[in-house]
Structures are given as C-alpha cells and as structure tokens.
Design a protein around this ligand. Structure first.
Ligand SMILES: [Zn+2]
Length: 344
C-alpha cells in the first residue's frame, strides 16, 4: 500500500513523518493521476469526528482470540522466506494457508495477472463461514511480499504475514459454529504489492491485482450486493501498536471498530492519527461497500522498517495480534446486531 497526495498536507502527519512524506513526493504526484484512485471527495479530513452511534447493549462474552497461536502462524509463514509473486515460496504459502482450511468451504480465485513486469499466476483464497443472517462480512489480508524486494532477505513479517496469520486464527474462531449473524468470509488476497518500485510507476496502476479481480468478479455475479462490511487488516503485528484511522474508510464502520476496542480496553491503540491509504479496501470502497482499513503505518520510528529486510518477527507481539483479532471479532458481532445498518 502507499499513502496518497493529500497525506503530505496534513500537519499532524507532516510532524510525525515529514521525512517519509518528502521521500514519497514523486510517488504521490503520480498517484494523484492514477485512474484507479478513489476521488478526493471520498477522503475526509483527518480531524473529522466519527459519528456518535448508539450501539445495542450486548452481554455476550468478549472474544477470546489466541494471539500466541497467531504469532506461531506468523513465524511459520516467515520461515518460507520471501514470497513474491511467481516464486516457489509463494506457492508454499498458498499450500500452507490451504492446509489450514482443509474441510472448510473454500473458494479459489485463481487467474493470470498481466502486470508491468509480465504475466503471473495470482491466487486469492476465500474461506466461508455461514451465518444465520442474510449478508456477508468480509475480513481480508494480502499474503504476498513486495516483488521489487525479491532478491533481498525481505520476509514481510508485519507486512503480509501478521495479518495473514491473524486470519488463520480468525478461521479457528469461526470454524464449526453456526454464526449468530452474517456469514463471515475470510480473504487471503494475492498480488497486493507493487511489481515495480514506487519511484518508477504509480502504485495504483501496479498493485492490488488480486483484490481488484475479486471485487470485479463479485460485482459481476451479484455477491458484492450482499457484503455488509469489508474489514481489511494490514501491518497489525507491530509491538508498538497504533492502528491509524484511514480516511477512505466508512466512518460508521470505524465507529464500530472503536466501540469494539473500547469494550475490551484497547482504545488507546486505535485512531490517534488519521491518514488516507492506498490499500486493498479501495476496489470495494469504489464499489460502495462500507469498508475499514485497519493499518498501523508507523512501523518503527517514521515507518523505518516498512518494505525493508528489517521487517522481521522480533518487531512483532502476540499481544498486538490478540488486540486486533479480538477487535475484529467484536466488530463483527456489533455489525450483526445493528439493524438497520447505517446508510452507506
Ligand atoms: Zn507492503
């Protein structure tokens, strides 16, 4: 993912990551012209308050997400090494995810992407857990690692592995139950990362291949209309967890996330900073699906570990995985109980 042009003009972000914004200057200029970009009107100022929603009271027990088990999954994914598109390691991670989903209802969305650097097989994996209500809540994470870094030791422990592991543990939590609410579909999407360095080509014309394909497919077959909420997790394993408020996301859904965090005493890890991100949720935002990108885009001081070989498991914490996993589960339960859902 990358930040967008408006990011540079927000003082809070400038103060926090001025150096990064300057480095990203060319990329931002390009991305403003990208055809796939969400119109600026869809982005909100960073200090726009979240809507004050009233949530139905709920005495059900809080989620018991296993952060330690999720952390084991992170380590197992990272052990395969770099997993860029088209690599043998990438195939191993596909097989690893599939092996965890044996016996589940899995949709394989495989196709060939025609990218800026050639044709590559792309494989989205969707695990479906049925609910009693008519409608779907999607939780997504990409699992590939950055292609331009393929010849480095870059393993994307936080960027790709942490959220993919989070989804594997979410699958454990959802499996074998009749969900008392909407169906939950977990999506491990592929080919999120850019194929060329950001300095050479704009991110939005060179990335998000897998999730864009899935959004188009689901729009064509009518699935998209059934999706009540799309939650994206990205870079959520940082031991110093500060999930950003993402400014293309649906405010009501972010209010749900914050409520879910408050119920568990986790609110100090959420939304102290607002910024727009170019990330996997955008193909769904563009198609009118209420979406929230849960991303901590400050990984090390000034995001210094992002897209570097320093993105390793020692920077992560099982507590962060537990916090985000529990908040996602509680958010799902809150959305299940909201009837009717807020207007889009
Ligand atoms: Zn990345």
């Amino acid at each position: 993912m990358s930040t967008t042009a408006t990011t540079r003009f927000h003082w809070r972000w400038l103060m926090l990551a001025g150096a990064l914004a300057l480095l990203a200057c060319d990329k931002d200029k390009n991305s403003a012209q990208a055809s796939n970009q969400v119109p600026p009107a869809a982005q909100r100022p960073a200090d726009t308050p979240l809507p004050a929603l009233t949530f139905p009271s709920d005495n059900a027990p809080l989620p018991a997400f296993d952060g330690d088990r999720a952390m084991r999954y992170v380590k197992e994914i990272v052990k395969f090494g770099p997993r860029p598109l088209g690599s043998a390691n990438h195939k191993k991670v596909e097989d690893y995810i599939d092996a965890h989903l044996k016996g589940d209802d899995v949709e394989d969305d495989a196709f060939v992407a025609d990218t800026n650097v050639g044709k590559f097989p792309v494989h989205n994996i969707v695990a479906k857990y049925p609910g009693t209500k008519d409608g779907i809540i999607v939780v997504a994470s990409h699992y590939d690692t950055n292609y331009p870094l393929r010849d480095t030791p870059y393993v994307g422990a936080n960027d790709g592995a942490s959220s993919s592991a989070l989804l594997l543990e979410l699958a454990n939590q959802l499996r074998g139950k009749t969900l008392d609410g909407y169906s939950v579909w977990l999506v491990w999407d592929d080919a999120e990362e850019a194929m060329k360095p950001d300095t050479e080509v704009d991110f939005m014309s060179d990335s998000l291949y897998g999730i864009t394909h899935l959004a188009e497919k689901w729009e064509a077959d009518g699935t998209l209309k059934k999706i009540k909420a799309f939650l994206l997790a990205d870079m959520i394993g940082d031991a110093d967890l500060n999930v950003d408020r993402e400014l293309n996301s649906a405010p009501w859904l972010e209010a749900v996330v914050l409520e879910a965090a408050k119920r568990q005493g986790y609110q100090s890890h959420f939304f102290s900073r607002g910024l727009p991100m170019e990330d996997d949720h955008l193909p769904f935002v563009k198609r009118g699906v209420p979406s929230a990108d849960l991303i901590d885009f400050n990984y090390g001081y000034n995001n210094v570990f992002w897209h570097t070989p320093q993105d390793t498991v020692d920077k992560l914490s099982p507590d962060s995985l537990k916090i985000v996993g529990s908040v996602v589960l509680e958010s799902i339960r809150i959305v299940d109980k909201m009837d009717p859902l807020p207007p889009k």
